[in-house]
Design a protein. Structure first.
Length: 230
């Protein structure tokens, strides 16, 4: 068992935790825990220094990632779609060689967790990316530091201003969710002009718009989705 290179436990809904002995699988490169009932990963997971792929998609009870996840220096693919994560450990910003990062959660607490500027460290991302917690960005210049415009291999991007499910009064905002074939600069500016703030205060509305403008994506983007704006 200690020689395992790949381990898949996906779709086993009765799995709620991993044993601490998972850290003994030193040669493990691929770990798939998707669609299990796991709530958190043991800290020993961070001893899997050869791990390249960690799949946690639709672990609907997962609420946190190990704080020492930055020790997984060879990690290239991290899928956390469909989890309950509302924050991410700051050490994840050390994983600058990630090629797949399904979700990036901006921290709601100053000096704790990830900031939108940390997104700028990931220069190799490709495929799909969701950035949530954008309501926590108070300085639009930090959004510019995310450097989305240079992430040429991102094809699908979701920008989310809220973790909550929209109420009926918010559905108009959500109806402005956009799926756009191509996102050149002019098209992006046109899209911004079609989005109207609903219940936001004037000051919050200005900040939101400025943040959205500074998060200018690459022109190679194929689909842009915006949630909870306004």
């Amino acid at each position: 068992m200690k020689q395992l290179h790949a381990l898949s436990l996906s779709n086993y809904g009765n799995i709620i935790e991993l044993p601490k002995s998972i850290g003994n699988l030193k040669y493990l490169r691929y770990l798939n825990l998707s669609q299990t009932s796991i709530q958190r990963l043991p800290s020993e997971t961070c001893k899997l220094y050869n791990l390249q792929t960690l799949l946690l998609s639709y672990c609907y009870r997962l609420t946190e990632l190990p704080k020492d996840i930055g020790k997984l220096v060879n990690l290239r693919h991290l899928d956390i779609r469909g989890t309950l994560l509302t924050d991410m450990p700051v050490q994840i910003s050390k994983l600058e060689n990630l090629q797949t990062l399904s979700d990036f959660v901006v921290s709601s607490v100053q000096d704790v967790g990830l900031k939108i500027a940390d997104m700028g460290k990931y220069t190799h991302l490709r495929g799909s990316l969701s950035i949530s917690g954008l309501q926590n960005v108070t300085d639009p210049s930090h959004a510019f530091q995310a450097n989305l415009v240079m992430k040429n291999q991102i094809e699908e991007l979701a920008l989310k201003w809220s973790f909550t499910t929209p109420s009926n009064s918010q559905m108009q905002t959500w109806s402005n969710t956009m799926s756009i074939p191509q996102i050149p600069s002019v098209a992006f500016e046109q899209c911004l002009s079609t989005i109207k703030s609903s219940d936001a205060t004037p000051s919050n509305s200005r900040i939101q718009r400025a943040v959205l403008e500074q998060l200018h994506p690459s022109t190679n983007l194929k689909n842009l989705t915006i949630f909870g704006y306004g």
